[in-house]
Design a protein around this ligand. Structure first.
Ligand code: PEP
Ligand code: MG
Length: 757
């Protein structure tokens, strides 16, 4: 093989013309291999395509026996072609048969060819197939030749990835590029969503692959890199630790990479082989991805995200209109797929068209997850690698319990349609319970309240028949805003909430920021352990201006009605006293200025810090109510980060320690005559909610979709009988890791309706 006159650029141009011709997939591949063989003067040119079973099938060949096409197949890892896939890089051999990986396929007649060059056909780092050239004479191919063949492979990748190629496949097989993929992730929000992929950060589509003037392309690259570098420098200099979700660490890492000479050199080489600047960036990124995806080191995988970030920035600078989002083009059944996103971004989508959300990151307690639950959108997080495998418009199914099916098989789709139908029917039945009172079979009234935080939540009060809002997360308004909401703006939201609730109670929780809840417009403090750091009421007490303005907005919004205010992350009684003093001072201020005070202002705390378990009597003598934030309480009780999937499910909320802690709270509150509610995640799951009632809690607060299943449980429950059955378990089985199976069995024998979803 010797590059011919006109070089790779001529070949690329011919290939591009061929890709555009209206011929079938097989004919296109046949002509492609002839064209490449002729242009690079190779006696053999073959294309192997990765099938969904991992095998590599010979799809087209010039030079090998015709009968071998669609017959010769390499098992995963078999032969030299398998080696190219395994290593995701070129294999260049002067004497192919002497290589230990060589696998003899008699039907091909390839034994007469000595030299072998195979390059991976890569797309977004995935190996879709292998492009091979062979010659009779024994020699190693030059660096230029390898580069030229890799560039050719890149141009081929789109054809191999296209749905059209499936028509050339052997019946009963599927190509890997379009293969169905099943992912297991973390449950974020219940529900089943069937629809089509909408990539939140649409990939920059590189349409112009081939360039005539490499010098011009090199200049374009240089300008783009300089522009990106300047933007990153200024973002870092401005000190915006978080800017549209971009963390300083990421920016620093990207800045290091943009200055990396090796990265730029590889792109320049790709440009010299005939690609446009953008195609060269994409090719180098795809190569790098392929190699890094084979690493298990979490540090290197994290760097891959940084490299993706950099490549996307440079691509966006090179391709005009790259980031113009087709906001109005959302398909009917959109499933948003993203690496990660903030709550505000999710709210930007047209709710009536979004059926699901899939994130590569995003833990169950992340705020985007909370918003997804609020909106009733099925969502799954920690779905590794989906962004690189999904294309806009691909069919996809999201099952909130933690499964995602990309390009599902028809039988999977049928099963999920059935599941979605059953779910809808159940929801319909729950809607019928809307006006039924929340009273157990033995006559105990347990108000079921809503967790809310945004104005989009308000219609849920009426839709679910909830008996009020048990937790209004005021920080959500702050988190989705461009800048700090003024007191007047806060007041308007609180008025709307009280208006929508009518006579029903609302518990407003004061700002719970810090930790992972970072305000985009505020300079965040870098902390080693943000969950244990300067957050929530700690900020409120140290910087009382913010808390005072919020309290004033709340008191004014009440406009003579009752109001309940709750403080988050209180860890000592004295913090409650100081927070209460701020409220009293604001009440004084309003009185002095002739404003109407609320009829009653009830003050309470969240129970999230375990320290409060040992000051309950003192606390309960001061507060009007408490509400258990089990999400935080358990993460601190078990020393297990709620956002870290490695540890977050190491303990079960139905374990003896958790249940004893909860029982202690319920008992002491009962003795003190103080209302004790639970507003953490556990209150939203029927089996756990049943246990909470048995332990003595008399109010539960949860996302809207949980009201129905929890109410169905409650109506079938004899709370007294269950309490008598559960308490001995909690007392006696202290060594069990969890009491889940025992409690499930009790629910069954007591005839309690538990909808596991
Ligand atoms: C909790 O910690 O259980 C809670 C309800 O608060 P958040 O999830 O907002 O931290
Ligand atoms: Mg909390």
């Amino acid at each position: 093989m010797r590059p011919t006159l006109g070089g790779p650029r001529l070949l690329l141009r011919r290939l591009r013309e061929l890709m555009a011709e209206p011929i079938g997939a097989q004919a296109r591949l046949d002509r492609t291999v002839s064209l490449i063989a002729a242009n690079v003067v190779a006696e053999v040119c073959s294309i192997y395509v990765t099938r969904d079973d991992g095998a590599l099938e010979l799809f087209a060949s010039e030079g090998l026996a015709r009968e071998a096409v669609h017959v010769t197949t390499m098992r995963p890892g078999e032969g030299l072609v398998g080696l190219v896939v395994e290593e995701a890089k070129p294999v260049n051999l002067a004497n192919a048969r002497a290589h230990p990986a060589f696998s003899y396929k008699p039907e091909t007649g390839e034994e007469i060819y000595q030299s072998f060059l195979g390059v991976p056909i890569l797309r977004l780092g995935n190996v879709l197939g292998v492009l091979v050239v062979q010659n009779r004479t024994s020699r190693l191919y030059s660096e230029d030749e390898i580069e030229a063949l890799q560039t050719t492979a890149m141009v081929l990748a789109e054809t191999i990835a296209s749905a059209e190629l499936q028509t050339a496949a052997t019946p009963g097989t599927a190509t890997a590029a379009r293969r169905p993929v099943r992912f297991h992730g973390a449950h974020l929000s219940d529900g089943v969503g069937l629809g089509h992929v909408v990539l939140h950060d649409p990939r920059v589509v590189v349409k112009n692959l081939v360039a005539d003037d490499p010098q011009f392309e090199l200049t374009r690259l240089q300008d783009a890199v300089l522009g990106v570098r300047a933007t990153i420098d200024s973002l870092i200099e401005r000190g915006d630790v978080v800017h549209h979700g971009e963390h300083r660490d990421v920016l620093e890492a990207v800045r290091m990479l943009v200055n990396d000479e090796g990265w730029q050199r590889r792109i320049r080489e790709a440009i010299t082989s005939g690609l446009t600047a953008e195609a060269a960036v994409e090719r180098v990124q795809s190569d790098t991805r392929a190699r890094m995806m084979r690493q298990t080191d979490p540090y290197l995988r994290e760097r891959l995200h940084d490299l993706d970030d950099l490549a996307n920035r440079v691509l966006a600078a090179l391709v005009e209109g790259a980031h113009a989002k087709p906001a109005n083009d959302l398909p009917e059944n959109a499933i948003i797929v993203a690496r990660n996103m903030g709550p505000a971004a999710l709210l930007d989508y047209d709710r009536s068209r979004v059926r699901g959300l899939v994130l590569e990151e995003g833990g169950p307690s992340s705020h985007v997850a909370i918003v997804a639950r609020t909106l009733g959108i099925a969502a799954v997080g920690e779905v590794e690698g989906i962004v690189g495998l999904a294309d806009n418009g691909d069919a996809i199914i999201v099952d909130g319990s933690g499964e995602v099916h990309l390009r599902p098989q028809p039988d999977v789709e049928t099963a999920y349609r059935e599941k979605a139908r059953l779910r809808a029917r159940r929801q319909e039945q729950y809607r019928k319970l809307k006006h039924v009172s929340c009273v157990t079979r033995d006559g105990i009234e347990i108000p079921l309240m809503l967790n809310a935080g945004l104005s989009v939540d308000l219609p849920h009060i009426e839709e679910t028949g909830a008996q009020g809002i048990g937790l209004f997360r005021t920080e959500l308004q702050f988190m989705i805003a461009e800048r700090l909401p003024t007191t007047a703006k806060q007041r308007r939201l609180y008025e709307a909430v009280l208006q929508a609730a009518g006579d029903l109670p609302v518990i407003f929780r004061t700002l719970d920021i810090g930790g992972d809840k970072i305000l985009p417009y505020q300079r965040a403090v870098e902390e080693e352990n943000p969950a244990l750091g300067w957050r929530a009421i700690r900020i409120g007490l140290d910087r009382p201006g913010l808390l005072r303005s919020q309290v004033r907005a709340l008191l004014q919004a009440a406009d003579g009605r009752d109001i309940s205010i709750m403080f988050p992350m209180v860890a000592s009684v004295d913090e409650f006293d100081r927070a209460r003093d701020i409220v009293l001072r604001e009440q004084d201020y309003l009185t002095r200025h002739g404003h109407k005070l609320p009829r009653a202002c009830r003050l309470g705390t969240m129970i999230e810090a375990p320290s409060l378990l040992f000051q309950l009597d003192e606390l309960l003598s001061r507060v009007d109510f408490i509400s258990v934030g089990s999400n935080d309480l358990f993460q601190f009780l078990f020393a297990a980060d709620r956002d870290n999937p490695r540890v977050s499910d190491r303990f079960d909320p139905l374990s003896p320690a958790a249940l004893r802690a909860l029982m202690r709270i319920a008992d002491r509150a009962g003795a003190a005559g103080v209302s004790a509610a639970v507003c953490g995640e556990i209150a939203s799951r029927p089996l756990e909610a049943m246990t909470l009632i048995a332990l003595g809690f008399r109010s539960l607060s949860m996302p809207p979709a949980s009201i129905g299943p929890v109410k169905a449980m409650l109506l079938s429950l004899d709370a007294g009988a269950l309490r008598r059955a559960i308490l001995p378990l909690v007392a006696e089985l202290g060594c069990n890791r969890t009491l889940r199976s025992e409690i499930t069995a009790l629910a069954r024998t007591h005839g309690v309706t538990i909808d596991q979803r």
